[in-house]
Design a protein around this ligand. Structure first.
Ligand SMILES: Nc1ncnc2c1ncn2[C@@H]1O[C@H](COP(=O)(O)OP(=O)(O)OP(=O)(O)O)[C@@H](O)[C@H]1O
Length: 741
């Protein structure tokens, strides 16, 4: 690349940074101005709140694009509507020149050819240029000329911007995932920009960019359907907290808010379920039949007297017989309301019956309707009667019911006797953690549905407040419209684009929390879009919970059925989804592995063939030049630290993972204590979705033997490395690894 060309691009990029600085200064100035205003009417305070959030969001967005602000350029063929377009992390416009775009946001439709154009289908693009930079300095340019004669590079795998891609892939791993906006590939772009509605499954082998694609899709959807999605939010579900930390930085650096990142264990408000239990117990809890077990458990709590319950009331005995209670129970159950709401009906019928009894004793003929009503009210307020009603139809909480069910053999036998075997029931009872486990969360959620909350009073109050908010918002908008003193165009723009309802909703959100934060606190929140990563791991009960959060079935599910480790996880996507959407879901596939070098992938492919010969491993995009190796040390404890040190120096500042069978985790952690934060010691389950420059795999035979899906686990373990793989054998050889030197 000529130095003049580099200098020309540097000039342009410098102009863009100048523009970025100016935008930042302007947003800061406006924010400062707004913050200096004090006092005033409630309306004035509202206006200030709106403006404060607007400028604060803008500043955060402008702050997050500093690195690699502009990374691409398209030059179109003569006669095309555009001549040249620069692509970057956000859009910048020239306010002095009719808002001509200086930089196009990567998510905008005009940016698409940057990811999709090929020599065979150039979409009007003559040249695609990747601009590499470090801080604000342009360090390199990679050009592709998209005419047919130049159709050579990356032809086999259809790669776009191969040089830039390979440079990105060669980078050392830091323990946090980075964005891929500069080098998104065509098959990935099609998924990222797929329409919002419906259920899309993205099936792809390890390292094909499923996680990256899922997160960029969240950013794209929020950009394209901003209004719809910032109010409802986007839920991104990942397998565990280590994984969420790994991906946590990708979205803010794309300048997005309104996204809730959570594990299934965090989807029941007020809990972060981190308890541990056996694979078997988790598998049983994940079965769909648990929905029936729980329904039975709730029904079992709706009791009738055998044969009569006597209640002392004002020194006399009222008798509540079985028949009355059975009738009341039948009517309450037939209402199909959740337990705590149906309770009102049961209580009302029983009180009617008791009132009749009490009235009879006092002499029915002497009482008018008013007297009878008074008697009923007195009965309702009586402590003994309240206790009797509570014993027959108690107010229940999900936590209480689940705890009682697992702690009490009789209850469990009654609810699950016909649905789970003796061995399965005792597995649920034994070895319970004092804390809730992730597999408990969908059960609690199910119970919350079955039980409901009798919030009649709270609802009336909420409705009243909503009416007030709305009336207030209408008032604010009227004043904004009329007040000629308000010349700040940003504020006026706010009133232009909001109607009263939205404004009221926004006000509520602002005075309290963001959509994501509100969603985290509200079990009944439904999201605008739900994205699930490592979706193959979810159990049938997990899916039930997620489908409740996504009644519009706007979902992106990414995963790999060849990597399923959970005993209750997916074997096929159809099996998982058909109860909810029948066959109304579409499948997209990713086929290129960007993480694992070909040398390592060859080993992994042998394992995959053992899992299922019909499954195909993705093709690696590059070779590392380092062959995977294997050793069988005489004394693992003595030699492991040395092997780790050697890997650390080989990856030169990069990361090393030691993947171990669960039974050896503590021992290995102790051995490597003090190895520094570039070394992670993990089980395969915890390493799922993560990647490291070098991986040392300890005792593969034990990993295989540990679970019915042990070979899948081995496949996952082998595909975590971006550069180097070493296998440390301790026992019998695993056939698929026997060829390792
Ligand atoms: N287009 C791309 N440009 C640059 N890097 C990419 C691209 N696509 C994927 N990568 C990189 O490849 C690696 C693997 O991606 P990712 O973790 O998203 O794969 P995955 O399919 O989720 O893998 P797994 O199934 O093992 O969890 C990451 O480092 C990611 O940044």
């Amino acid at each position: 690349m000529s130095t003049e060309e580099l200098a020309r691009e540097q000039d342009y990029v410098t102009t863009l940074y100048r523009k970025l600085d100016a935008e930042r200064a302007e947003a800061q100035r406006r924010l400062d101005e707004t913050l200096q205003l004090t006092g005033g009417t409630p309306q004035a305070r509202t206006e200030r709140d709106v403006a404060t959030t607007l400028y604060t969001d803008r500043l955060a967005q402008l702050g997050s694009v500093e690195q690699g602000l502009c990374f691409g350029r398209l030059d179109f063929v003569p006669g095309h509507a555009e001549e040249t377009t620069y692509i970057g992390r956000l859009g910048l416009f020239d306010s002095d020149d009719d808002y001509k775009p200086l930089l196009v946001d990567w998510r905008a439709p005009v940016a698409r050819p940057f990811y999709l154009a090929t020599a065979a289908s150039p979409e009007g693009v003559r040249r695609r240029r990747h601009i590499r930079s470090l801080s604000r300095k342009v360090t390199g340019l990679d050009d592709e000329i998209l005419d047919l004669t130049a159709a050579d590079q990356g032809q086999d795998l259809g790669l776009a911007g191969e040089a830039a891609l390979l440079a990105a892939l060669e980078q050392r791993r830091t323990g946090e995932m980075g964005d891929i906006v500069a080098t998104i590939q065509a098959e990935q772009d099609r998924i990222i920009r797929a329409p919002l509605g419906g259920v899309m499954v993205v099936q792809g082998g390890p390292g094909t960019g499923k996680t990256a694609v899922a997160l960029h899709r969240a950013a794209y959807l929020l950009y394209t359907h901003r209004q719809q999605l910032t109010t409802r939010g986007v839920l991104v579900v990942g397998p565990n907290s280590t994984f969420l930390r790994y991906i946590g930085q990708v979205l803010p650096s794309l300048g997005e808010t309104g996204v809730l990142l959570a594990t299934i264990g965090q989807l029941y408000p007020g809990l972060d379920a981190t308890g541990v239990e056996s694979r078997e117990a988790a598998e049983i809890k994940g079965r769909i039949v648990l929905a029936d077990v729980l329904a039975n458990a709730v029904r079992d709590r709706q009791r009738v007297p055998e044969p009569v319950l006597e209640i002392e009331y004002e020194r006399e005995l009222l008798r509540l017989d079985r028949r009355t209670c059975v009738d009341a129970r039948t009517r309450a159950r037939r209402s199909r309301r959740p337990h705590n709401l149906a309770r009102r009906l049961f209580v009302s019928d029983v009180l009617d019956a008791l009132t009749r009894q009490a009235a009879r004793r006092l002499g029915e003929d002497l009482l008018d309707a008013r007297d009878v009503q008074d008697i009923r009210a007195e009965l309702a307020a009586d402590a003994n009667i309240a206790a009797a009603l509570e014993s027959l139809w108690p107010v229940l909480t999900p936590e209480g019911v689940l705890d009682d069910l697992f702690a009490d053999s009789e209850r469990l036998d009654s609810a699950a006797g016909k649905l789970l075997s003796d061995a399965e029931r005792s597995c649920l009872k034994s070895g319970r953690d004092a804390r809730w486990t992730p597999a408990d969360v969908p059960l609690l959620d199910e119970l919350a549905e079955l039980l409901g909350v009798d919030d009649t009073e709270a609802r009336v109050e909420r409705k009243r407040r909503e009416r007030e908010d709305r009336a207030y918002a209408e008032g604010v908008l009227d004043i904004l419209e009329q007040d000629e003193e308000i010349i700040d165009e940003e504020l006026l723009r706010v009133s232009d684009v909001l109607d009263a309802e939205l404004f009221a909703e926004r006000q509520q959100a602002r005075s309290e929390l963001t959509a994501a934060q509100r969603a985290a606190q509200d079990r009944t929140w439904t999201f605008g879009h739900v994205i699930v990563d490592e979706a193959q791991e979810l159990s049938a009960m997990d899916w039930r919970l997620l489908m409740r959060r996504s009644p519009n079935r706007s979902m992106t599910l990414v995963g790999d059925v060849a990597q399923t480790g959970a005993a209750g996880g997916a074997r096929t996507w159809g099996e998982v989804l058909s109860p909810y959407v029948a066959d109304r879901w579409r499948l997209e596939q990713l086929t290129v592995n960007y993480r694992t070098p070909a040398e390592i992938m060859a080993v992994a492919a042998r394992v995959l063939a053992e899992v299922d010969p019909a499954l195909e491993a993705p093709s690696s995009v590059r070779e590392s030049g380092v062959a995977p190796w294997s050793v069988t040390p005489a004394d693992v404890a003595a030699e492991l630290p040395g092997l780790v040190t050697a890997e650390l120096s080989a990856v030169d500042g990069g990361t090393v993972a030691v993947l171990t069978p669960a039974a050896r985790l503590d021992e290995v952690r102790a051995l490597l204590d003090g190895a520094g934060d570039r070394v992670s010691v993990l089980t395969v389950e915890r390493a799922k979705g993560l990647e490291f420059d070098a991986v040392l795999l300890l005792a593969p035979d034990e990993i295989v033997a540990d679970s019915p899906r042990g070979l899948n686990d081995l496949y996952v373990a082998l595909t975590r490395a971006t550069r180097r793989l070493g296998v440390i054998s301790t026992g019998s050889t695993v056939p698929a690894l026997s060829a390792l030197g």
